[in-house]
Design a protein around this ligand. Structure first.
Ligand SMILES: *Cc1c(COP(=O)(O)O)cnc(C)c1O
Length: 379
């Protein structure tokens, strides 16, 4: 029986050739040719004012927290149904994540609950575009405007998904993307900070270069460089950027292939959804989705555990996702929930992600769907 893993990183073009070119160029530290090409390509693909590669999506979130000037005791509103670094970036600055519930239909921060969670200490809102599907950014930006808050988009899932024609990550003041090997476009570990507020660009360059004005020095804008602010080493090596650039050149093909897989799953499971056995996400009008995750929602935790087991016994790796942060040990210590989070609690126990990677074949997808049908026939 052929095993179907949950994910599988793939080479899509001249990644190895570009790495060889970077080595031959004589320097493999950061901000070389492939890093600069990646910045330019991201800026033109996404329409952000500036894109800076980082060594991870986590690093981009940490830079965003510094740029939002999060001070001890400052609060940042965010979903609890997210990866730990969305919150950790704030906690590392002494800030307090305030967890707000998500919407049942999008699994994204419920914009109707944001305003009630704002206090005099609130500094920013971090939204997460779960699975690569957009938050209601018009509402979020309007709330942030009214209250003078910064908006950070955690667009780790969402490279080249769009909301009303605009790329996710390029709408809030700052956007963070990840190129971890589990994402659509990969470089092993990797990420980028997207800066949409032009006033933050120069400070972002300084923070990324250990708190020095080295970037201005290399552009000839100052005659020596020195320590001017807090910062760290957030930039990737050219070896990583070379790999990444080959992937970025093919992002449209990668996303289209993943969307195609999602369409096949959707068609294959439509009947189970129609009969109410499972819930799958319907495409929303005008949605522009990058195919990052295909998930289904089961009736309860027991059913999900049994389904994971049923598929696992037949060589198919399906996996759940986030353990909600508000009920995790560090989340309880460093953050606080805003009221109860019933949707987050429910989804955390019922969501199941199906295998999704470039080499997945139509026959594989059919096998996964057949096994899910077999499981529900037996219940
Ligand atoms: C992957 C991910 C990150 C972190 O990215 P890394 O590149 O692994 O550091 C942050 N937020 C979300 C929602 C993610 O899925």
């Amino acid at each position: 029986m052929k095993k179907i893993p949950f994910g599988k990183p793939a080479i899509v073009g001249p990644e190895l050739e570009y790495i060889a070119q970077a080595v031959a160029s004589g320097s493999i530290a950061g901000d070389g040719v492939f890093t600069r090409k990646s910045h330019a390509l991201l800026q033109s693909l996404l329409g952000c004012k500036s894109a800076l590669l980082t060594h991870s999506g986590t690093a981009a979130l940490e830079m965003a927290a510094i740029l939002c000037d999060i001070q001890p005791g400052d609060e940042v509103i965010m979903p609890s149904f997210t990866f730990v670094t969305t919150a950790n970036a704030v906690v590392l600055r002494g800030g307090v994540p305030v967890f707000v519930d998500i919407r049942e239909d999008t699994l994204n921060l419920d914009e109707r609950l944001i305003e009630a969670a704002i206090t005099p200490r609130t500094k920013a809102i971090t939204v997460v575009h779960y699975a690569g599907r957009a938050c209601d950014m018009d509402s979020v930006m309007a709330i942030a405007d009214r209250h003078g808050l910064r908006v950070v988009e955690d667009a780790a899932h969402a490279l080249l998904s769009r909301y009303r024609g605009r790329s996710l990550g390029a709408i809030g003041h700052l956007g963070c993307v990840s190129f971890h090997e589990t994402k659509n476009v990969i470089s092993g570990e990797g990420g980028a900070l997207l800066i949409n507020d032009p006033e933050l660009i120069e400070r972002a360059e300084i923070i990324r270069e250990k708190g020095t004005n080295r970037s201005r020095f290399f552009r000839g804008q100052v005659d020596k460089y020195t320590w001017v602010d807090i910062g760290s080493s957030y930039l990737p090596s050219e070896l990583v950027s070379a790999f990444l650039y080959a992937q970025l050149e093919r992002v449209e093909e990668i996303n289209e292939k993943r969307r195609q897989i999602c369409r096949l799953y959707h068609a294959g499971l439509q009947d189970l959804s129609a009969s109410g056995r499972i819930h799958i996400r319907e495409a929303l009008e005008g949605e522009d989705f990058n195919g990052h995750i295909f998930y289904l929602i089961t009736k309860d935790l027991e059913e999900r555990t049994a389904l994971i087991r049923h598929l696992g016994d037949r060589g198919i790796a399906a996996v759940f996702h986030y353990v909600p942060l508000h009920s995790s040990p560090a989340g309880m210590q460093h953050g606080r929930p805003h009221g109860r989070l019933p949707v987050t609690d429910r989804i955390g126990e019922r969501l199941l992600r199906l295998p999704l990677f470039l080499e997945l074949t139509a026959a594989d997808i059919e096998r996964v769907c057949d096994e899910i049908h077999r499981f529900y026939r037996s219940r």
